[in-house]
Design a protein around this ligand. Structure first.
Ligand SMILES: Nc1nc2c(ncn2[C@@H]2O[C@H](COP(=O)(O)OP(=O)(O)OP(=O)(O)O)[C@@H](O)[C@H]2O)c(=O)[nH]1
Ligand SMILES: [Mg+2]
Length: 298
């Protein structure tokens, strides 16, 4: 029997770089929410891929950003701790953006701590003339000496094999930490809540979705029929936000629930009956007990 190997890789990088898109693409399942809004990911999300003897454990983390409240403070700490704990870091950058001071600080820190760092230059599908990336690649190479720099397009699933090849070569002999057919350690309720929150992020405008938390109050398959009943509560920060989420004659909430139901049915492969309720918890992002009760601090 060939020797088992494993590697823990943290996906790190600025908000919106495409870390969660990359995680989903690498494991071939949609477990992490993706949106064009900044600060989509709030917690550490584990995705697992086992190929022959190698088990890759990818840890998606909240994107680097300037903290504005207690919640974003927790998010940043999760991001920083996860990078230090990993065997190697996949540092994801949007190749259409300039190198930011947050990139520089993180890359410097990884180099100082001698953590293997693979820089993933994402969104290459947006660049016609690939030679335009050369100056950035040279600068990264000369200043931070990463283990490798890999240009990819996470959304087009382009360049993923190269990531697996490079990461696989760093894997060390070890037993597999998860069963070989498992692709995440996220509980089903958390996955369901995230699918609903993703729709809120996508369908609502700027300020409202950032103040939203979703919890699943009940999730049960009926005994007599193939139907999964899910009851979710959407928490927001203000009465005015509640009105926006519900919409005129409930139209927005209906749209959100129907779009989320579609994803839930695809994921759980069963008919879903989804009920969503909207409640207000003022300024919850600055209240430790509420942040904890929503599962957003470690
Ligand atoms: N064109 C293009 N867009 C991409 C690519 N990868 C991700 N995106 C888009 O970039 C946006 C951000 O993607 P996410 O995966 O949510 O980014 P993230 O780094 O996880 O963001 P945070 O969770 O906020 O840290 C979304 O609109 C994605 O569809 C890519 O390869 N090409
Ligand atoms: Mg994310």
């Amino acid at each position: 029997m060939t020797e088992q190997k494993s590697i823990f890789l943290t996906l790190s990088g600025r908000t919106n770089a495409g870390k969660s898109t990359l995680l989903n693409a690498l494991i071939g399942e949609k477990i992490a929410s993706v949106s064009s809004k900044p600060q989509t990911t709030r917690t550490r999300i584990t995705g697992i891929l086992t190929q022959d003897q190698i088990q890759y454990v990818f840890i998606d983390t909240p994107g680097l950003h300037k903290p504005k409240n207690k919640l974003s403070g927790h998010m940043l700490k999760t991001a920083e701790d996860s990078a230090s704990d990993a065997d190697a870091v996949l540092y994801v950058m949007d190749c259409t953006k300039q190198l930011h001071e947050q990139d520089e600080a993180m890359l410097r820190n990884l180099a100082q701590k001698k953590i293997d760092c693979v820089i993933v230059l994402n969104k290459i599908d947006l660049i016609q003339d690939k030679s335009r990336m050369m100056p950035l690649m040279l600068k990264l190479e000369n200043q931070y000496h990463p283990h490798a720099i890999i240009p990819v397009s996470a959304s087009q699933k382009d360049g993923l094999d190269q990531i697996l090849q490079v990461a696989g070569a760093l894997a060390q002999p070890s037993v597999h930490f998860f069963p070989d057919d498992k692709f995440t350690d996220q509980p089903e309720r958390v996955l369901a809540a995230e699918m609903i929150r993703e729709k809120l992020l996508r369908l609502l405008n700027e300020e409202v979705p950032h103040g939203i938390a979703v919890t699943i109050e009940a999730m049960q398959e009926r005994q007599d029929k193939d139907i999964l009943d899910i009851s979710a509560v959407i928490y927001c920060e203000r009465d005015s936000h509640k009105g926006i989420i519900i919409g005129k004659h409930g139209a927005m909430l209906k749209k959100i629930a129907s779009s989320a139901r579609h994803d839930l049915e695809n994921f759980f492969e069963i008919q879903v009956n989804l009920k969503c309720f909207v409640k207000v918890k003022q300024d919850w992002r600055n209240k430790e007990t509420l942040i904890r009760s929503f599962g957003l601090s470690e």
